[in-house]
Design a protein around this ligand. Structure first.
Ligand code: ARG
Length: 435
């Protein structure tokens, strides 16, 4: 590892093994954060020039070299590896190597504490925007299919027992609305954490008149985290809320995949999953399994686990503690795997092929009991008497065309009145806001 940026003359040496332990996975994780750290460093340099700590030429040279670093990193010419303690040190080393004395001026008025905090907020804003857009994509497919398959009967279950006739329209629209909720949630958490901690330095402010507002503006933040102590305390807290938004989506995905897996089993036989989401068995030649659906269902486990890990690190007093470095692995892991999985869902949904006949055939006559009871209510009976009467004569219930049952389910949101336009309107509003 190169000289740490905190090294002072004549002081102690930290043995390699301990340095390696302290660095942990930092350099690898910082590969995801480096582009954001570079952007923030450029804004910081321009801010320093505005208050006369750097000359305009020095700031321009830094910004130019930081652009070159971003390009070299993209092309793979620059690798963030164990030569560096972390991404922050790598930035300073790059500037110092290229600009000499000028490069050494970048860290005026900032600490790695606000540097990492700002990079993480920029990262989370980017990932939450993607999360919101992915949830909207999922809702879009589900809504389109709710519209085109609105009248197709689907047996409705509660307790995994047959309950009432339902429709593909209701099933699709239900999942669509859930993902509209999740898209809105991601966007609102994004707005909630859209504040710049840069310029709070080590957590106590600095004796330079930093142009914090100008720097925040340039980075596209809506506001500042005003108090330096709060800026530090925000570490982990904002990540937790971001993971909450992700976990809302992955837990709804878990339920959706449960439905699909169940409906795809031979016992149900309602749906076929597209072959690209399936694999075979190494021993049973007859098998073709929906592994893609199952691993998407399992996605929530890693997000929920990351949330617990993150929350467990945060049992800390005020002020920066090195423990906070350990908030990065769960967050980056959860968003990495989570967004990768969610991106596959629109294709999974678009590829589902329903077996209409099978769904219709598995609709047994007793499933019409509740509709029958409500018909008697419409004829003037109290609901409880109607319930008992139908319950006593269950065997006598006539077979019905489920389509008639669906057509009569006129309560708003029900099978005959899905109110897709209302779900669609919310979806459009999110799409307008896409980042
Ligand atoms: N890798 C560190 C982290 O993620 C960077 C900040 C280090 N700050 C310090 N005061 N040692 O927290």
């Amino acid at each position: 590892m190169s000289e740490p940026i905190w090294k002072k003359s004549g002081r102690h040496e930290v043995p390699e093994a301990i340095m390696r332990f302290l660095a942990g996975q930092d350099v690898e994780l910082d590969r995801e954060l480096l582009p954001f750290d570079i952007r923030a460093s450029q804004a910081h340099a321009r801010g320093l020039a505005r208050i006369g700590v750097l000359t305009d030429d020095q700031a321009s040279a830094m910004c130019r070299e930081l652009d070159a670093l971003a390009r070299a990193f993209d092309d793979g010419e620059f690798v963030l590896d164990a030569r560096f303690e972390d991404g922050h040190s790598a930035i300073e080393a790059w500037l110092t190597e290229r600009l000499g004395e000028t490069g050494k001026r970048i860290h005026a008025g900032r600490s790695r504490n606000d540097q990492v905090a700002v990079a993480l907020r920029l990262y989370l804003k980017d990932r939450l925007a993607r999360l919101s857009a992915l949830c909207a994509d999922i809702a879009e497919v589900a809504l389109r299919r709710a519209d085109s398959e609105r009248g197709v009967p689907l047996p409705g279950h509660t307790h995994l027992q047959q309950a009432m006739p339902s429709s593909l329209g209701l099933w699709w629209a239900g999942h669509a609305e859930a993902f509209v909720d999740n898209a809105e949630l991601a966007a609102s958490i994004r707005d909630w954490l859209d504040a710049s901690p840069l310029g709070t330095a080590s957590g106590f402010g600095v004796n330079l008149a930093l142009d914090r507002d100008g720097v925040a503006d340039e980075l596209g933040f809506a506001r500042l985290v005003v108090n330096p102590q709060t800026a530090q305390a925000g570490r982990g807290k904002v990540e937790l809320r971001a993971i909450d938004a992700l976990s809302a989506a992955t837990s709804d995905l878990r339920r959706l995949c449960w439905d699909i897996g169940l409906y795809a089993s031979q016992e149900f036989g309602y749906v076929t999953v597209a072959p690209e989401f399936c694999t075979g068995s190494s021993i049973m030649p007859n098998k073709f399994n929906p592994d893609g659906v199952e691993l998407l269902r399992a996605l929530h486990a890693s997000v929920a686990g990351a949330r617990v890990e993150l929350d467990s690190v945060l049992s800390l007093p005020s002020g920066y503690q090195r423990d906070l470095q350990d908030t990065k692995p769960p967050v980056l892991r959860a968003f990495g795997r989570g967004l990768e999985g969610l991106a596959l869902v629109p294709a999974l949904l678009a590829g589902l092929a329903w077996n209409h006949e099978r769904m219709r055939d598995s609709m047994a006559a007793p499933m019409h009991a509740t509709d029958r009871a409500n018909e008697l209510v419409a004829e003037g009976l109290s609901f409880r008497d109607a319930y008992r009467k139908v319950g006593d004569e269950l065997e006598a219930l006539a077979e019905r065309d489920p389509a008639d049952s669906l057509a009569a389910r006129v309560s708003p949101g029900g099978c005959a009145d899905l109110l897709l336009d209302r779900i669609e309107a919310r979806l459009r509003a999110i799409r307008v806001d896409e980042y």
